[in-house]
Design a protein around this ligand. Structure first.
Ligand SMILES: [Zn+2]
Length: 301
């Protein structure tokens, strides 16, 4: 087992174990295989939009304080057993309001889950890309400020470009809230430029920065860290094989990159597995692996 790994990009709803799902929905009679079909993408996943459909079922289970608390607790325990040193767990409070909770109540439940585990972790609250949820996104920023969390912008990047959400990050800066932005995943380098313009010091994925040498230079100059999630990017067909994954291009340019899971259940992976995959594919040295972990420690919120 690799000890001491750090996951900075890990979605709660995409990382519920089968055991947790069964605990949250004891009435389920599906087999493990049938359950996985609901929760996990297969080799035929077409793109990010299809990938995002795998969140519907787990989200439906995370609509009460006790379910949210339990899911966060179980995820922390799982990460602890996997030997991780630290993680930042993210979710969008506005997607947990189907049974009348407020965003504040959602976050309080998640914080209780953190508290019950000895595993060191923090929360990142995701704002969601969309055209009709502006007020909810603003509320997410204020909730993050109230509870000492960081923020993120997640969702369908190609449908709702980052440029639609500038005021959210102006508010985050005003309130002194650290943030990361999903960019350079389904959308190209332009989305990363936009995220940098808004003051992001971390980028969720950002892997397509490798298409633009000037952008990579800018990332180095500004000390920006990329939260790379290799298997997730294969699932969403950003790259057809790991050999095409531009890890070396980014590392050789001096960009600070970190390795993360994105969604352990949707992508069927663990952080150790991600490290094994990239180590084998790119023949990383022990020093390079240590550097990737150090980058994550340095960029932690
Ligand atoms: Zn993500």
């Amino acid at each position: 087992m690799m000890n001491g790994l750090i996951d900075l990009h890990l979605h709660l709803d995409g990382s519920l174990s089968l055991e947790t799902v069964r605990e949250l929905a004891p009435e389920l009679t599906l087999s493990d295989a049938e359950l996985l079909q609901l929760l996990q993408v297969d080799a035929n996943c077409r793109d990010l939009n299809e990938y995002l459909t795998k969140f519907d079922f787990p989200l439906s289970l995370l609509q009460t304080p006790s379910a949210i608390e339990h899911a966060v607790y179980k995820l922390c325990e799982e990460l602890r057993l996997q030997g991780l040193a630290y993680a930042e767990i993210r979710f969008a409070p506005q997607l947990h309001l189907q049974q009348g909770l407020t965003q504040g109540q959602v976050v309080e439940a998640a914080l209780l889950g953190l508290k019950h585990s000895t595993f060191p972790a923090k929360l990142i609250l995701c704002c969601m890309r969309g055209s009709e949820n502006h007020a909810q996104n603003i509320e997410t920023i204020h909730t993050a400020a109230a509870y000492g969390c960081a923020v993120d912008l997640a969702g369908a990047e190609a449908l709702f470009p980052t440029a639609m959400f500038e005021d959210l990050f102006q508010l985050a800066i005003q309130l002194n809230i650290p943030f990361t932005i999903h960019a350079g995943e389904a959308d190209g380098p332009a989305s990363v430029y936009t995220a940098l313009k808004y003051g992001a010091k971390r980028i969720g994925h950002g892997v397509r920065s490798a298409e633009d040498p000037e952008l990579m230079q800018l990332l180095v100059q500004q000390g920006v860290t990329l939260e790379l999630c290799p298997t997730s990017n294969l699932n969403t067909q950003i790259f057809s094989s790991l050999a095409d994954y531009p890890l070396r291009t980014l590392m050789d340019a001096g960009v600070k990159v970190t390795i993360n899971t994105d969604n352990m259940t949707v992508s069927g992976t663990t952080l150790e597995r991600e490290f094994q995959l990239i180590s084998e594919t790119f023949h990383l040295t022990d020093g390079e692996i240590r550097q990737l972990i150090q980058n994550a420690a340095d960029a932690a919120f």
